[in-house]
Ligand binder design. Structure first.
Ligand SMILES: Nc1ncnc2c1ncn2[C@@H]1O[C@H](COP(=O)(O)OP(=O)(O)OP(=O)(O)O)[C@@H](O)[C@H]1O
Ligand SMILES: [Mg+2]
Length: 249
């Protein structure tokens, strides 16, 4: 079994050297815990060893992500220029267009105004899959990050149906043959979600207060086929991105 190094200092050692290739993983955490940084480091490392990476974004615009991530010394602008790192914008068109506010004022058909704009809706799993698979085939993408799975519209009244939709989405992603990291929002570390069951591996990013200081940590929750560390490990952010340090006692 081939493993893909994440390239994150201190992380690959926790999981026998890297992620087993061609599987789908989940990196979950609260706001600002380092999910985007984790995904970008994984892609940037791959890009430097000749593995094409795709960052598909549903929440932030690619421009914002590129601009934020370019503050790290990871050569993001260069990798983009060399076409080793690609971005795909899958976000709903939420920008206010010219005349939006005027329309709200001058129209008399209020029911028309209150109709949600179709393009403002979050994309469905099928749309996300289809757009990504076109890209993966055209460019022979080997590393894939989706930011975030929480922004995909899983539409079903029934919870069980939604779970099926999620499992189906993840099975299809796996068939693409990339090594994939799904980023997901996590607020309750004790409430397991469908994507956590379906993923080959789950990594939590923690961000919590203890004695007036913010503790930042990472934790491998599961990693199929891998002997792994389960402890909370302190992380820091510096020019190189995030770095994994000692256990938190
Ligand atoms: N160049 C940098 N140098 C040092 N630390 C940085 C740098 N850029 C970002 N950080 C730190 O990294 C943190 C995590 O950022 P990141 O965007 O990866 O988190 P996230 O989990 O994706 O957040 P969100 O939920 O908002 O998408 C930032 O809040 C900031 O503290
Ligand atoms: Mg992010």
């Amino acid at each position: 079994m081939m493993r893909k190094k994440t390239g994150i200092a201190g992380f690959d050692e926790l999981i026998q050297g890297g992620l087993i290739e061609k599987r789908v993983y989940l990196v979950s955490g609260p706001p600002g815990s380092g999910k985007t940084t984790f995904g970008i480091q994984f892609l940037a490392y791959g890009a430097t060893i000749g593995e094409l990476g795709l960052y598909a974004t549903l929440s932030e615009s690619p421009q914002n992500i590129v601009s934020d991530m370019s503050n790290y010394a990871l050569n993001i602008p260069t990798l983009i220029k060399l076409k080793k790192l690609l971005f795909l914008d899958l976000g709903p068109t939420l920008e206010y267009g010219y005349g939006d506010d005027l329309q709200g004022v001058i129209t008399t058909a209020y029911d028309a105004v209150s109709q949600p704009m179709p393009e403002a809706e979050a994309p469905s799993p099928f749309i996300v899959y289809k757009e990504i698979s076109n890209f993966v085939r055209e460019y022979e993408i080997q590393r894939l990050v989706i930011d975030s799975v929480s922004a995909i519209r899983f539409t079903s009244a029934e919870r069980s149906q939604e779970e099926k939709e999620m499992s189906r989405f993840m099975r299809n992603l796996k068939r693409l043959g990339c090594t994939t990291i799904l980023l997901s929002e996590l607020t309750d570390p004790n409430a397991y979600s469908t994507e956590q069951f379906a993923a080959s591996g789950v990594i939590f990013m923690h961000n919590f207060m203890r004695d007036d200081t913010m503790i930042r940590a990472t934790q491998v929750i599961k990693m199929r086929g891998t002997e792994h560390d389960c402890d909370l490990r302190k992380i820091t952010f510096n020019k190189q991105g995030l770095q994994v340090l000692d256990r938190i006692g």
